[in-house]
Design a protein around this ligand. Structure first.
Ligand code: PRX
Length: 626
């Protein structure tokens, strides 16, 4: 984007927000174009968020049907499996046909508008078709990342009341098989109400099939019609639920609705990546995360930009996987996470340099703050110093990117998300909720007003939505992030200020890990904090107190790992488990996490005043056992 184009967008928003937001909606095909744009109030008494309320559309039409007249045989998706080069391309016509077939199968099983469907799948083209099929018939999809345990999947099934799960026999990642169908079976035993499991064959591995409940996709695919009318959806009809960790309790079902989400995914994809006709876009995020929803699938599909679905890991079979794949497929835009960049940086420049990467024209990063060293390596080595980097800050809750430098219009700074997109109004507030004005300041990051991609509610718990995001600072959306605005007015996200840990770009709630740990019969108490980690950004440091008379040791550590794997998934296993005779508490019994954080960070000279603790002696013991 040129500076003039960007200035014109800011000016258009400032002079007439309503016209500005309707203009963005013109990127989509609507059955009925909206006359209304945003209508929202963050006041408790009259809380509501609505966008394009009178509009009618279908997202699958915007991803598929709109491309069929001119480009039916063009590539929509490039499937790149774990084994390099063993993939295939899928055209818009093919993806359309599979989407319609899935839609029919779901309908045959009684799924209709508003019903919830769980998707627990590898990154295969059928997963895209399954999501699009839900959108086509107005069912609400809830994708659960394949790394989550059966128990996590069961919790989500119960929370949203799904009746159907779509899965695969097994996943394959980094050469290892993941027993997806077996996990679904276990989840069904732990939850209520699943009457249909649709299984796509990925590996052909041995799986159990339950008569009457389980269907093989391949047994039905050929008999199902490859055409299916799209359900006309009101803009505010729910599109999907995505569960994400918060600072308290169980994961929240973040609800996104059809019109606003689609407009924001399409608009941000257009602004940030400026797609060109010969692009091949590669976002490495799994569809189990919001990045996979907005930028692996929906954003590029709406734009008609072919998108890579990568079912592997960046380090398999070796550290040049990404660069080899980029050359082989001709990828033009790479959008990945700082944790992957750091892992590959550690392998040195040679695995990168032996591939030419000439097809690349833009790099992107998302998910956590990128340290300047990793940014420079990404820029200088991966990008040969010739490519811009979009460091995009956003959240599951925001639906799409909110802050990023825009190539051509914004100058980049290593580690800074720089500036808000047009229509987005960030502000920093202090602990008392007063706005901090001026530059060269730090505070808690809030947003004033709404934007189309904002989440609408927490599934089944609207009060929790208000309490979590709109109560700390009344009238504002609180992001949970700390942030600095530098002397030029550019924003630097400093990380979460709540009890959420960002491990390799994945959000883990401390409360969830703690409750998994205390599920072990020998554990009396557990407290979990973040500790800096070279590759993961943050690692999980758990302080665990065992029942009186019990001794910690490797054996218990292994059992505690198993406990976390069972209740949440391997992604939440603590980096470090430190056994402690007691935890630092105030006299009223509150655990002083601030002290635990400093111990985990090794900042032992910054423990602060410990004299108010019920038993100051426990701190010495914790420091001694570090
Ligand atoms: O702390 C911020 C961090 O990731 C959080 C959102 O996590 P999640 O909802 O899982 O969404 C991840 C993908 C959008 C934010 O609150 N975060 C995300 N992107 C960045 C970031 N921190 C710094 N820089 C970023 N570019």
């Amino acid at each position: 984007m040129t500076p003039t184009e960007l200035a014109a967008l800011h000016e258009a928003y400032a002079s007439d927000p309503h016209a500005f937001w309707l203009d963005q909606a013109r990127r989509l095909d609507w059955e009925r174009f909206p006359e209304r744009s945003g209508d929202f109030s963050f006041d408790r008494a009259d809380f509501h968020i609505r966008w394009y309320e009178d509009g009618v559309l279908n997202l699958s039409v915007n991803c598929l049907d709109r491309h069929l007249p001119q480009r039916a045989d063009d590539t929509a998706l490039v499937f790149e499996p774990d084994e390099p080069g063993a993939g295939r391309s899928v055209t818009y016509a093919e993806l359309y046909a599979d989407t319609c077939r899935f839609a029919h199968l779901l309908k045959e099983r009684g799924v209709g508008k508003g019903d919830r469907v769980m998707i627990y799948m590898p990154m295969i083209p059928e997963a895209a078709a399954a999501m699009l099929a839900c959108a086509r018939i107005g069912a609400v999809h809830s994708v659960v990342f394949g790394g989550f345990s059966p128990e996590s999947l069961a919790g989500r099934i119960d929370d949203c009341g799904a009746r159907v799960v779509i899965t695969a026999d097994e996943g394959v990642r980094g050469g290892k098989r993941i027993p997806l169908k077996a996990n679904v079976d276990a989840a069904c035993d732990l939850s209520q109400g699943i009457d249909t499991v649709i299984v796509v064959t990925r590996t052909g591995g041995d799986i159990a099939m339950r008569e009457g409940r389980d269907l093989r996709w391949e047994d039905h695919q050929d008999r199902l019609a490859n055409d299916c009318p799209a359900e006309p959806m009101a803009a505010e009809d729910p599109l999907f639920i995505l569960y994400t960790s918060g600072s308290t309790g169980k994961p929240k079902g973040v609800v996104h609705t059809t019109g606003g989400y689609a407009v924001w995914a399409a608009t941000t994809f257009a602004w940030v990546f400026e797609p060109k006709p010969d692009d091949l876009f590669w976002c490495t995020a799994d569809i189990g995360w919001i990045t996979g929803h907005s930028y692996t699938l929906y954003g590029p599909l709406m734009a008609g930009t072919p998108t890579v679905m990568f079912d592997g890991v960046p380090t398999y079979p070796d550290a040049s996987r990404l660069w080899e794949t980029i050359d082989r497929l001709g990828v033009t835009i790479l959008y990945t996470a700082p944790t992957a960049i750091r892992a590959l940086m550690r392998e040195g420049d040679e695995p990168v340099r032996k591939h030419n990467r000439q097809s690349l024209r833009l790099l992107g990063t998302v998910g956590e703050p990128i340290n300047p060293e990793a940014w420079r390596w990404y820029h200088d080595v991966v990008g040969d110093g010739r490519l811009a980097i979009v460091d995009t800050w956003w959240q599951t809750e925001t639906g799409g990117v909110l802050m990023t430098p825009l190539p051509g219009a914004t100058s980049m700074k290593p580690g800074s998300a720089c500036q808000p997109l047009p229509g987005i109004e960030p502000l920093l507030v202090d602990a008392e909720g007063r706005e901090i004005t001026g530059n060269d300041v730090s505070g808690n990051l809030c947003l004033r007003g709404s934007w189309p991609g904002q989440m609408r509610t927490v599934w089944g718990d609207p009060q929790r939505f208000i309490d979590t995001y709109f109560t700390t600072y009344p009238g504002l959306y609180f992001t949970g992030d700390g942030c600095r605005r530098d002397e030029d007015g550019d924003y630097w996200i400093t990380g979460r200020v709540d009890d959420v840990i960002n491990v390799s770009g994945h959000r883990i709630g401390t409360a969830e890990v703690e409750s998994a740990l205390v599920a072990h019969p020998l554990v009396a108490e557990a407290a979990v904090v973040a500790a800096p980690h070279d590759l993961k950004g943050q690692g999980i440091h758990a302080f665990v107190t065992l029942n009186a008379g019990e001794q910690g040791g490797d054996h218990i550590v292994r059992e505690l790992h198993a406990e976390v794997r069972k209740h949440i998934g391997a992604l939440a296993i603590p980096e470090r488990i430190q056994f402690a005779p007691g935890l630092p508490k105030t006299r009223s019994g509150k655990i002083m996490r601030r002290i635990l954080r400093k111990i985990a960070e090794g900042q032992l000279d910054q423990l602060g005043d410990t004299s108010t603790l019920a038993d100051p002696g426990v701190v010495d013991a914790l420091v001694r056992n570090r």
